[in-house]
Design a protein around this ligand. Structure first.
Ligand code: H2U
Ligand code: ZN
Length: 333
């Protein structure tokens, strides 16, 4: 495998290719340091999500003391949406119903997942699992995600994430389901379980690991510091994680997100989210996993843009996943 020549790598989960051009990334790594942004206060009277404050939609938050979940005041999906159906080959459409919720991870305005203690992180993980389980009673797919940082469209510094549950399978999930099923049929074991163990054996793309989890910059990463977080044992859904696996998850999340924040010495922006087996899917091919998609490339201000060839051809990267993993390992405390 050449480190210096352009090549393409295949993403078997998403069934697409990425162009890797390592010869364009011969610059020495300098880990540019930015000015530390001002610290957030532990409570902000201007924040829509702090305890006791009025939200933009008019409701008032309770004086919550733990994780707080509410129905999004501006949901992208509605319950009881009217029927929409068109089978026309060129103007196809379908109806969709769903529910959107917001998860405030903590009453503290100034915390982040990386700065929370284990107990707080476990409360967030429990909420992810409980929301997935309860919304699965009515919906086919439950998407847990977090946008962090203004560059990722996050509207508020208060630590929070979102849940969108819907009666249809979103396009990314359709492809992941198809690819994982085909892999199980062909190779006799779940794709991402096989992948996790192979990456653990090779180690050059591993960012960190513990007894139950492994975080890698995947072979096929498109974003410079993209990470795939995988369990080392077969588990299809968030709500199936044991107490030990949840503690282990809290540990690895803290280490991974701590390294992200250290890399450019700023709160690292990203979109992250969990994928697990849809409600009525067979569990066998599915392996629960989280994707982290951070946009930064070389510093707190230099971000990667998916433009030009990437919009018209396919994703491209200069920094190899191996080098990205090495840099994250170096700043891991
Ligand atoms: P971000 O995770 O991208 O910051 O979005 C926060 C969500 O919170 C967003 O979907 C919702 C927005 O609709 N929100 C409320 O429901 N009520 C509010 O008062 C503020 C924000
Ligand atoms: Zn707040």
């Amino acid at each position: 495998m050449s480190d210096n020549h352009p090549h393409r790598r295949y993403n078997p989960l998403a069934d697409r290719w990425v162009l890797v051009s390592p010869q364009r990334d011969q610059r020495p790594w300098q880990g540019q340091v930015e000015e530390t942004p001002p610290e957030e206060p532990s409570y902000s009277s201007d924040c829509y999500l702090c305890p006791g404050n009025d939200r933009a939609g008019g409701a008032r938050n309770p004086q919550y003391t733990d994780v707080f979940v509410f129905d999004n005041d501006y949901p992208a999906l509605l319950t009881g949406a009217g029927p929409t159906q068109s089978d026309d080959a060129l103007f196809r459409a379908s109806s969709v119903e769903g529910r959107c919720r917001v998860i405030c991870y903590s009453p503290r305005h100034d915390l982040t997942l990386a700065s929370m203690d284990e107990e707080q992180l476990l409360a967030v993980i429990r909420t992810w699992a409980d929301e997935t389980a309860s919304l699965s009673r009515d919906y086919e797919h439950v998407q847990i995600f977090e946008n962090r940082g203004a560059t990722m469209g996050c509207s508020n510094a208060h630590p929070h994430g979102q849940v969108w549950a819907l009666d249809n399978l979103p396009s990314e999930i359709i492809v992941e389901a198809r690819q994982q099923s085909a892999y199980l049929d062909k190779h006799g074991l779940p794709m991402l379980l096989d992948y996790a163990h192979k990456e653990r054996g090779k180690s050059q793309r591993v960012v960190c690991s513990n007894d139950h989890w492994i975080a890698v910059v995947p072979w096929w990463a498109t974003w410079p510091y993209e990470v795939l977080l995988l369990p080392l044992h077969q588990v299809a859904r968030m709500q199936d994680l044991t107490a030990t696996q949840r503690s282990s998850l809290a540990d690895i999340l803290k280490r991974l997100l701590g390294a992200y924040d250290q890399l450019f010495c700023v709160p690292f922006p990203y979109s992250m989210g969990w994928h697990g087996a849809p409600t009525s899917a067979s569990k066998e091919p599915w392996q629960l996993h989280a994707h982290f998609f951070p946009p930064l490339l070389r510093s707190a201000t230099v971000r990667k843009h998916m433009v030009g060839f990437e919009m018209l051809g396919e994703s491209q990267r200069d920094l190899t996943p191996e080098r990205a993993a090495e840099q994250l390992r170096k700043v891991m405390s």
